[in-house]
Design a protein around this ligand. Sequence first.
Ligand code: NDP
Length: 234
Amino acid sequence: MNTTAVVTGANRGIGRAITTRLLADGFTVAGLHRSGDLPEGAHSYTADLTDAASVSAAFEQIRADLGPVGVLVANAGITKDGLLARMSEEDFAAVLDTNLTGTFRCVKAAAKDMMRERYGRIVLISSVVATYGGFGQVNYAAAKSGLIGMARSIARELGARGVTANVIAPGFVETDMTASLPDKIVADYKSRIPAGRFAAPEEIAAAVAFLASKDAGYVNGTVVNVDGGLGMGH
Ligand code: NDP
C-alpha cells in the first residue's frame, strides 16, 4: 500500500481539514494549492487546476519527491451562482473547468501511478446539490453530478487493478464557501436538514479518511452523502 496522499485545495476549508486528518492517520500528504499555506507536516505544491500544465508538473514533482501517489482527494472547487436566465457562458464554463475538468486533470495524473502500483484510492468531493439540485446552481450542480459519472467510470475501468473511486457528497459545511450565503437561505436549508445544522469540515474529513483507507478496498463507485440527512432519497 502506498501512503502518499494528494489533496487539492488543501489550504483552507474542507481540504485543509482533510489534509490534517490524513496526516493524523499516518499518510504523507502532498497539498496542492494555488494560494495560502498548509497545515504543519504537509508537503506544499502549487498548481492551478485550470492550468493543465501546472497540474501535471505538480504531480511529476510529487512523484519525484514522495514516490507514487496512492490516494487522491480531489477537493478544490468554486461556485459562481446565478439564476439560469442570467448565467453567463463564462460563469458556466469557469465552474466546469475547475470543478470537473480540473478534477479530471488530477485523476488522470494520479491514476498513472495507481495503475502501475495496482493500488489506489480516489475520492472526489461532490455535493448534495449533484443529485438534489441547487437554486441558482445550474453550473455547479452540472459539474458536481459529472463527478459521479467520472468516479463510476473510473471504478469500472480500474477496479480490477486495486483502484477504487468514490464520491463524497457533503451537505452544507461551515467554510468560506457558505459564509456569504444570505441568512434567509441558511435558515431555509437548516430547516430542511434533519441534523438542524451545517457540518464542520472535520465531519467531511472523517468520511474521506475511511474511503482513503486500505479498509475501504471493497467500496467502489459509491456516493457517500455526508449531509445531516438533507439529501435523503436523492
Ligand atoms: P472553499 O471555498 O473554502 O475552498 C475552496 C478551495 O479550492 C480553496 O483551497 C481554493 O484555493 C481551491 N481552489 C479553487 N479553485 C482552484 C483552482 N483553480 N486551482 C486550485 N485550487 C483551487 O471551499 P470548501 O472548503 O467549502 O469546499 C471544498 C469542496 O467541497 C469544493 O469542491 C466544494 O464544492 C465542496 N463542497 C462544499 C460544501 C460547503 O458547504 N462548503 C458543500 C458541498 C460541497 P484558493 O484558496 O487559492 O482560492
